[in-house]
Design a protein around this ligand. Structure first.
Ligand SMILES: Cc1cc2nc3c(=O)[nH]c(=O)nc-3n(C[C@H](O)[C@H](O)[C@H](O)COP(=O)(O)OP(=O)(O)OC[C@H]3O[C@@H](n4cnc5c(N)ncnc54)[C@H](O)[C@@H]3O)c2cc1C
Length: 406
């Protein structure tokens, strides 16, 4: 397991170390997967960016400062993909619900089909018989990380060659990735399957794998299925319409307030909460909600450490760690502080978004409002994330200007 200490300091150290490589070196090298422990051409910042131990804004600012707009373009665009996927999912929460409910259905199917269950087990354990695929399954389970190209190849082989249910593959990723994110993960799997940009699927090719793994793998092209169509037939209803972005309830100044930190944003010190009468801080661990199946221990540990680090940086007394399952504990804690509102950084669509709805209802019964604060980064990007990435990429100069990043 590589050393991913779950602190802001460790994330910023990684950011500083990678900054010299965010320009031409990144553009030229980013597609090469050198294998576990040798990922020198990509930043491996994703576990930090995903929890905002490092901010997208800071990563982009570093790249632009160090290399200028042209040389940093590729890195900046990749960071933008994250905001694009998050915004796209906010506009179409039904896609998350379909994934969540469809996964429950797929897992039930496994119970009824021992043969299919055995094939899924073999794939996840790295016993498919396809050497590169098996190495990536092992790397993912053992390190919690996979290179982007390996993720694309893996998902493609899972869907089209092994012909396994795509949601169970996405779930395998989500249970093991340190950067596991409901939007980036679900939508990337859908993109590979030809469901995101309908009709445009991603087919893994043997020559491409050999080239971009530097010859570590040399698969026989006959090992891979010829792909002529994506999975659109499985979703004849198409994409749901674009919904307006959810407007969070803003906190009211002067009211007794409790602060809540989740892994969606571990940089509460950035928010100006000076006008609030803050009485206490708690953290909610929720990574176990990623899947009905067991989530990797390294994922839970990273979340726990990130939340502990965020609590210290909040500067508000001792934090109260709690799990997402027991809403009564949250309510009791808020009541014990005399809080009339709980404030937390924005909770996007995903398992924590589902939890937020339950928490809002439980707190509401006691007259406590669940309020959220959001970031200029999301406010600048999400309104444009309604169609394909190309649309948002065209707006990048305007977005950067709006964010004072030019
Ligand atoms: C099937 C599949 C599943 C994925 N699941 C996730 C996931 O759960 N969480 C996640 O953060 N990313 C996911 N990605 C996107 C991407 O693979 C990772 O963000 C990237 O590999 C992280 O490594 P890095 O930090 O070294 O990336 P770098 O290349 O150094 O990029 C810098 C940052 O930009 C962002 N980024 C880069 N590429 C993408 C991308 N294609 N989509 C979204 N953001 C991107 C990440 O925050 C990343 O840390 C997935 C991609 C695929 C194909």
């Amino acid at each position: 397991m590589p050393c991913f200490a779950a602190t802001r300091a460790a994330g910023e150290e990684r950011l500083a170390r990678f900054t010299p490589r965010m320009g031409a070196a990144y553009a030229q090298g980013r597609n090469f997967d050198h294998g576990a422990g040798r990922h020198r051409d990509v930043s491996q910042l994703s576990p930090y960016l995903r929890r905002r131990l490092v901010l997208e804004r800071d990563a982009v600012a570093r790249a632009l400062d160090a290399h200028g707009a042209k040389a940093a373009e590729k890195f900046v665009q990749e960071v933008l993909w994250r905001g694009y996927f998050k915004g796209w999912m906010e506009h179409r929460p039904a896609i998350w619900m379909r994934y969540r409910d469809g996964l429950a259905h797929d897992l039930a199917t496994l119970e009824e089909s021992p043969q299919l269950a055995a094939r899924v087990n073999d794939a996840e354990a790295g016993r498919s018989g396809i050497a590169c695929f098996d190495a990536w399954a092992t790397e993912l389970r053992e390190t919690g990380y996979l290179h982007n190209h390996a993720r694309m190849w893996f998902a493609s082989i899972w869907i089209f060659t092994l012909r396994l249910p795509w949601r169970i593959g996405a779930d395998f990723f989500y249970r093991n990735l340190l950067d596991g994110d409901p939007a980036s993960n679900t939508l990337s799997w859908r993109w590979v399957a030809g469901l995101h940009t309908r009709g445009k699927f991603y087919a893994a090719e043997a020559a491409n794998i050999a080239r971009y793994t530097g010859g570590r793998f040399a698969p026989d092209p006959a090992q891979f299925a010829a792909v002529s169509a994506g999975l659109e037939v499985q979703e004849p209803e198409g994409l749901p319409p674009v919904a307006p972005l959810r407007a969070p309830r803003a906190p009211q100044p002067g009211l007794p307030t409790a602060l809540l930190i989740t892994e969606e944003d571990c940089r509460v010190e950035d928010f100006d909460l000076g006008a609030l009468d803050l009485r206490g801080v708690a953290t909610v661990s929720a990574s176990h909600l990623r899947s009905p199946r067991a989530v990797a221990e390294h994922v839970a540990r990273f979340e726990r450490d990130a939340l502990a680090d965020a609590t210290v940086r909040s500067g508000i007394s001792e934090g109260r760690p709690m799990g997402a399952d027991d809403l009564a504990v949250l309510v009791e804690w808020a009541l014990s502080l005399g809080a009339k509102q709980i404030v937390t950084p924005f909770i996007p669509v995903g398992p924590l978004g589902d939890w937020r709805e339950r928490a809002d209802a439980a707190l509401g019964q006691h007259g406590i409002a669940l309020c959220e604060v959001n970031r200029d980064w999301d406010r600048a990007i999400w309104p444009h994330a309604t169609a394909g990435f190309f649309k948002i990429k065209k707006k990048l100069p305007r977005i950067l200007e709006e964010l004072d990043l030019t």
